[in-house]
Design a protein around this ligand. Structure first.
Ligand code: BEZ
Ligand code: FE
Length: 260
């Protein structure tokens, strides 16, 4: 009996699948060595998670762990740009000041219980996104936390955050995973999105992304993570009491399910 029977089972299944691949494709020794060299490069470049992303495995495993049930908000992958200690915001909640490049956006909605419909007060929303230049703060070595923050839902479950409309961006493509995409004739674009995590004691934590209708990359996201219920329309509005300049209104309601 192996020390770790489950691991032994997994290794046997992986090698069986690989043997089938070698036989069915008539793989040459050179091709096998090229595959090993590629994986070596992926490891050296610290791109194994990115490889899992572009193979669609990250989304697949996330969906298995958090299956869509139609009642709770659909889950999505966290991606590499999450920081656990994002700044705690003060009301009125905003992650972009007036000088932030990009189109102002109000991200509004309501957090509620998936079974009862009751509002969930004090749920902590964590938001992070790329700036108008298509970069996350973590991609600049000296940058302070930027376009990310934590803030609570109100007593009626509602929330409102001032930010800017995020742009589409390309995942890192200057390493081995980028070379793979190129060899497959695939692009590196992700549709514009806002990352969101919502937590409240007694409820299953939600990690997801919000996408915007009309984005040119919705049908060919390089990590395949677009889910139809997560795509929302942006309303273009004139300046009003909520925003002192024309802005995009993004309305996204969140439903959570109690644990246990
Ligand atoms: C992201 O959405 O931030 C992301 C996800 C996977 C790979 C790269 C970026
Ligand atoms: Fe992202």
């Amino acid at each position: 009996m192996p020390a770790d029977a489950r691991l032994a089972d997994a290794i046997e299944r992986i090698t069986a699948a690989l043997r089938t691949l070698v036989v069915d494709m008539g793989l040459s020794q050179q091709e096998w060595m090229a595959a090993l060299a590629f994986l070596t490069d992926v490891g050296k470049a610290d791109e194994f998670i990115l490889l899992s992303d572009v193979l669609g495995m990250s989304v697949f495993v996330d969906e298995r762990a958090h299956p869509s049930d139609g009642a709770t908000t659909a889950s999505n992958v966290q991606g590499p740009f999450y920081l656990p200690d994002a700044p705690l915001l003060e009301p009125p909640y905003r992650v972009a000041d007036d000088g932030e490049p990009g189109e102002p956006m109000l991200f509004v909605g309501r957090v509620s219980d998936a079974d009862t419909g009751s509002p969930i007060a004090g749920a902590v929303l964590e938001v992070w996104q790329a700036d108008d230049g298509a970069l996350y703060d973590l991609q600049s070595p000296d940058a302070e936390p930027h376009l990310r923050g934590r803030f609570p839902s109100a007593d009626d479950g509602r929330f409102e955050l001032r930010t800017v409309v995020p742009p589409p961006y390309e995942i890192p493509k200057d390493g081995p995973v980028g070379r793979l995409l190129e060899a497959l004739g695939r692009h590196a674009w992700r549709p514009a999105h806002l990352h969101l995590k919502v937590s409240h004691p007694g409820y299953a934590q939600l990690t997801t992304m919000v996408y915007f209708e009309g984005d040119p990359w919705l049908d060919s996201d390089s990590i395949g993570s677009v889910k139809e219920p997560l795509v929302v329309a942006l309303d273009r509005l004139q300046a009003d009491e909520r925003c002192d300049r024309p802005y995009a209104l993004c309305t996204f309601d969140v439903t959570l399910r109690q644990t246990g």
